[in-house]
Design a protein around this ligand. Structure first.
Ligand code: GRF
Length: 203
């Protein structure tokens, strides 16, 4: 299967997926990594792995629509079966989401539907939550709102701050995101009418 990964930053989730492909656990090929930021370290990770690393700077486009149209054309050129958002810090237009619906997935550092948006670790601590985590989900038009595919839970310790909590959560991200990509490449995941399915069973 063909995989395209969208990033904006460090790309540690990208690295986890690269590693699983290289070790033969994911039966797929990362055909391109696309970043909207030229300084994203994930581009370096892609180059090291021999994967085309593409920069598409959103600031040179006149509108969000124009950027998303070019992004969509760039992605489609690699005919991916799955488009993996891994720390891609852009809100997508409904047109873009519609075009890739059912093959577009994201990871969010919270137990969705809790804590959509930014600053999730601090918000969980401030709320006095005992548990936090991360969610892989299908992307729909609403931000951080698509049906869940898999979640990982971590416990919040009394002495955790946002930094220590983010380290714990990221360790889990690096496990569940490659797993979700693996399932996708095995045709085990689908989304029909806004509902996610695994092996034909409702998630
Ligand atoms: C992760 O915490 C992910 O949940 C969020 O952005 C971060 C990306 O980290 N969407 P990295 O670039 O994969 O290291």
């Amino acid at each position: 299967s063909g995989i395209v990964v969208l990033i904006s930053g460090s790309g540690s989730n990208l690295q986890a997926i690269i590693d699983q492909v290289q070790q033969g656990h994911i039966n797929g090929e990362i055909r391109a990594v696309i970043s909207n930021r030229a300084d994203a370290f994930g581009l370096e990770r892609a180059r090291t792995a021999g994967i085309p690393a593409i920069i598409l700077d959103h600031r040179v486009f006149a509108s969000r629509e124009a950027f998303d149209q070019m992004l969509a054309r760039t992605i489609e050129a690699f005919t991916p079966d799955v488009v993996v958002m891994a720390g891609f810090m852009r809100i997508l237009t409904p047109e873009f989401v519609q075009q890739f619906m059912g093959r577009l997935i994201n990871i969010h550092p919270a137990l969705l539907p809790k804590y959509k948006g930014l600053d999730t670790h601090q918000r969980a601590i401030d709320a006095g939550d005992k548990e936090h985590g991360c969610t892989v989900h299908f992307v729909t038009a609403e931000l951080d709102d698509g049906p869940n595919i898999i979640q990982a839970v971590v416990s919040i310790a009394a002495d955790d701050d946002a930094k220590s909590l983010s380290v714990k959560v990221q360790q889990q991200e690096h496990i569940i995101y490659p797993l979700a990509v693996k399932w996708f490449t095995e045709n085990r995941l689908s989304m029909i009418e806004g509902q996610a399915y695994f092996d034909g069973n409702i998630l």
